[in-house]
Design a protein around this ligand. Structure first.
Ligand SMILES: *Cc1c(COP(=O)(O)O)cnc(C)c1O
Length: 318
């Protein structure tokens, strides 16, 4: 993209992206319930109303038809989350959004370096929001984020908003916040950026081993979609007896995580209050069956083989 503006976190990157588009109170922003809660937090912090829709069960990303059904005259933006490193169906979503004059914001916090029809995620919507929290594919040693865009006026708005709304020093053009990217984190990221592509390649290679060896194991495996490069922020399998499987792996000293155990619309802070559009069955089903297997660039192939061996040996108790 032509512009990248550093900010303090991924949540800020999303909030400021919405605010740069002039989105706030009374406006609706469509996004998914099966995501990191920060996606939704950012919408409310911008003063707008989140509208949560279902995912495509194959890719865990926003279902274009669910988005279309959620549209109202108040819909101003859609936040497309490229979850687990898997690019969402941006072509379909953007086509719907463009027809209706709706802004497309990409949540790229889990998908640094992923591509969609040959284009890097973050470059396809109006704005792309990145987090560089230490656990992400590109991580600093503390909190950090960035907004990328090809639109010079949106970039300018983000620059103002991240520093008290200043256009020139000490003169606030609008009401901004303090969301500067810390310089030490920026210096670290500048070096680590060079390692992103090779590290993603390593993640992909390990993922291919899992995919090949776990075919026929009874686990539902991640899908590879033509024309989209998955960067495997997480390697997420599904099984109806997920909790039993997780306990078994723990006894074999294999550490797994659940991303995420409760969809946003069922979380105590949001349940009953947040607007949902249509059925969220695929999101609820995902929450009850997903399991993230160990996968990171430093992981040794031997360890991957051990995980595979244990998974092949496991069968759910009757
Ligand atoms: C991590 C994450 C965020 C938030 O980023 P922070 O830097 O923690 O504020 C937003 N969306 C998704 C999908 C994330 O994974």
């Amino acid at each position: 993209t032509r512009h990248a503006v550093g900010v303090a976190s991924g949540t800020d990157a999303l909030e400021l992206s919405l605010r740069a588009c002039g989105i706030g109170p009374g406006d609706e922003v469509v996004t998914v319930s099966h995501t990191a809660v920060a996606t939704v937090t950012a919408v409310e912090r911008a003063g707008a109303n989140p509208v949560l829709v279902d995912i495509d069960p194959a890719t865990f990303t926003l279902a274009p038809e669910a988005f279309e059904h959620a549209l109202t005259p108040r819909t101003r933006a859609v936040i497309v989350v490229h979850l687990y490193g898997q690019p969402a169906d941006l072509d379909s979503i953007s086509a719907i959004a463009r027809r209706r004059g709706i802004r497309v914001i990409e949540d790229c916090a889990q998908s640094h370096g992923a591509t969609c029809s040959g284009h890097k995620v973050g470059s396809l919507g109006d704005l792309g929001a990145f987090s560089f929290y230490p656990t992400k594919n590109l991580g600093a040693l503390g909190d950090a984020g960035a907004v990328v865009t090809n639109d010079p006026s949106l970039a300018e708005r983000i620059r103002e908003l991240r520093q008290y709304g200043w256009r020139s020093r000490y003169i606030s053009q609008t009401t901004g916040i303090n969301s500067r990217l810390d310089e030490l984190q920026a210096a670290i990221l500048r070096v680590k950026l060079r390692h992103l592509d090779p590290e993603n390649e390593r993640r992909r290679r390990l993922a291919m081993v899992y995919l090949k060896e776990l075919a026929g194991s009874g686990l539902r495996l991640p899908v590879i979609v033509p024309n989209r490069t998955h960067v495997f922020h997480q390697f997420v399998v599904r099984h109806p007896r997920r909790d039993v499987l997780r306990d078994f792996l723990r006894t074999r000293e294999i550490h797994t995580l659940i991303h995420y155990p409760v969809p946003v619309h069922l979380q105590p802070a949001y349940a009953g209050r947040i607007k949902v559009a249509g059925s969220l069955r695929a999101s609820e089903e995902a929450a009850s069956s997903v399991l993230s297997l160990p996968l990171y660039p430093e992981l040794e192939e031997e360890k991957v083989s051990t995980v595979i061996r244990e998974l092949q040996a496991w069968s759910p108790p009757a």
